[in-house]
Design a protein around this ligand. Structure first.
Ligand code: FE2
Ligand code: FE2
Ligand code: FE2
Length: 164
């Protein structure tokens, strides 16, 4: 791999992380009553997304949708079959309860993402229209309407956000 390809991967990872971090910082600033700082965090977050997407495009990281769905499935599978199970074990061994829960939530939801992506791939030319809802606590993702209680974390239906 050329050094530049390596650099693009590293820069994509860094910009992606900066985006999520700034959005979390924006929420914190709102909570503390600093709306202007919050707005700046959101502005920079949006710019980091521009950088991340540009790097990804330059390294040919965006394929056609069928390809992208396959890649998404294999990424989700890796996470719930290998990555998170190992991380959960380590968190248990180290007695890191909060980390364990965070990994368990993500682990369960990645398996659901893999299924949803698989379904989308199977029905790529005959997809039925439906809405998606996301649990704000654990990320549980479902079709059509939110469950009364989140099956992963127990959050109530009214907390779910509808994806536009
Ligand atoms: Fe950036
Ligand atoms: Fe996922
Ligand atoms: Fe949840």
């Amino acid at each position: 791999m050329s050094k530049t390809i390596e650099n693009l991967k590293e820069a994509f990872a860094g910009e992606s992380q900066a985006n999520r971090k700034y959005l979390a910082f924006a929420k914190q600033a709102e909570k503390e009553g600093y709306p202007q700082a919050a707005k700046l965090f959101r502005a920079a977050a949006e710019a980091e997304t521009v950088h991340a997407h540009a790097h990804l495009r330059v390294m040919d990281g965006i394929g056609k949708t069928v390809e992208n769905l396959k890649e998404a499935i294999s990424g989700e599978r890796f996470e719930f079959k290998e990555m998170y199970p190992a991380m959960i074990e380590t968190a248990k061994e180290e007695g890191k309860k909060a980390a364990e829960r965070s990994f368990v939530y993500a682990n369960k939801v990645e398996a659901i993402h893999a299924d949803l992506y698989q379904k989308a791939l199977d029905n790529i030319d005959s997809a039925k229209e439906c809405d998606y809802y996301v649990c704000p606590v654990c990320g549980y993702t479902c079709e059509n309407e939110p469950p009364e209680k989140c099956p992963v974390c127990g959050a109530l239906a009214k907390a779910f956000s509808k994806v536009e």
